[in-house]
Design a protein around this ligand. Structure first.
Ligand code: GDP
Length: 296
């Protein structure tokens, strides 16, 4: 669909072979293309700006060697910097705490929280032999608790029995207690989302956090979030304090710029990516692959 960054930079820079070093003007022209590629990949503008400045520092004066075309050289600088900013390869969910280890899932409605809760529960059960309990804290959407119960049946993971009329905080407290009494290794709390960030949502998340002391707080976000990704990540991180990110819908057409945006503003690792609706469609995060995808 788009011309790749390599092709674009090639037409600007590849005539320069043998000139010694890239000039400021060459780099400025190249960075214009880098900026375009990142914006097309849905990286948030403020992140694009700081990223481009970092690349500028590395690219100006970089020696042009005969064996490598200048366009390729800039692509390599951009690629390496993207990988560095995207962070570590597949950081696992940290279960290194006294049982039951509480994982709190947060995010907007429709981001894929409930689905991801089921996927993580299945993975921890099947691959790591953990005894997991899931609980839905979504009391606003009547079907939400039932949706998680059905997922639990599907992946053969226990869910906290539903008691009508309890508040999210009550359910969180009961889940941790049930996890302890039932000898569960892990309790996953699937919190309620809203269509957008608002004050009551943040207060509710903070209250749930207080009563359940989660060891991991994972922000689940749609990979197609685009320019809103920075606000979303910053808000959840400042108000609730996240420990990691899960990007869903990476099976879609999006180029995954949200991964870079959210990682850049929070400094928190992308731990997993969702690649489909099925319960097995969860993968480790590979910064190199995402960098390739962002560059197109
Ligand atoms: P929640 O409101 O955040 O709990 O979102 P849900 O878990 O109910 O997910 C909303 C929709 O997104 C459902 O139809 C899911 O099947 C779908 N979904 C979740 N994760 C993925 C993913 O990684 N890829 C795709 N294609 N669909 C997903």
């Amino acid at each position: 669909m788009f011309e790749s960054l390599q092709e674009r930079l090639g037409s600007i820079l590849n005539g320069l072979t043998g000139r010694g070093a890239l000039s400021e003007a060459d780099v400025t022209a190249a960075l214009r293309e880098v900026r375009r590629a990142l914006i097309e990949a849905d990286v948030a503008l403020e992140v694009v700006r700081s990223f481009v400045e970092k690349v500028r520092e590395k690219a100006v004066g970089a020696a042009v060697v005969k064996s490598i075309k200048p366009g390729q050289m800039v692509v390599k600088i951009v690629h390496d910097e993207l990988v560095a900013m995207l962070g570590d390869e597949g950081k696992a969910i940290d279960l290194n705490a006294p049982a039951p280890v509480v994982i709190m899932m947060v995010g907007l409605q429709g981001s894929g929280k409930t689905t991801t809760t089921g996927k993580i529960a299945k993975r921890l059960t099947e691959r790591q032999g953990k005894k997991v309990l899931m609980a839905s804290l979504d009391t606003r959407r009547p079907a939400a608790q039932e949706q998680l119960r059905q997922l639990g049946e599907q992946v053969k993971v226990a869910t906290l029995p539903i008691i009508a009329g309890q508040s999210p905080v009550d359910i969180a407290r009961r889940a941790v207690q049930a996890g302890r009494l039932g000898g569960h290794d892990v309790v996953i709390l699937d919190t309620a989302g809203r269509t957008h960030i608002d004050e009551p949502l943040m207060v509710e998340m903070a209250d749930i956090r207080k009563v359940s002391s989660p060891h991991e707080i994972l922000l689940v976000a749609d990979a197609l979030t685009g320019q809103d990704a920075v606000n979303l990540a910053r808000n959840f991180d400042e108000r609730v304090g996240i420990t990691g990110l899960v990007l869903t819908r990476m099976d879609g057409d999006g180029r995954g710029g949200a991964a870079l945006s959210m990682r850049a503003v929070t400094g928190k690792p992308v731990k997993l990516i969702g690649v489909g609706e099925k319960m097995d469609a969860l993968e480790e995060f590979h910064p190199k692959r995402i960098a390739d995808r962002i560059l197109g």
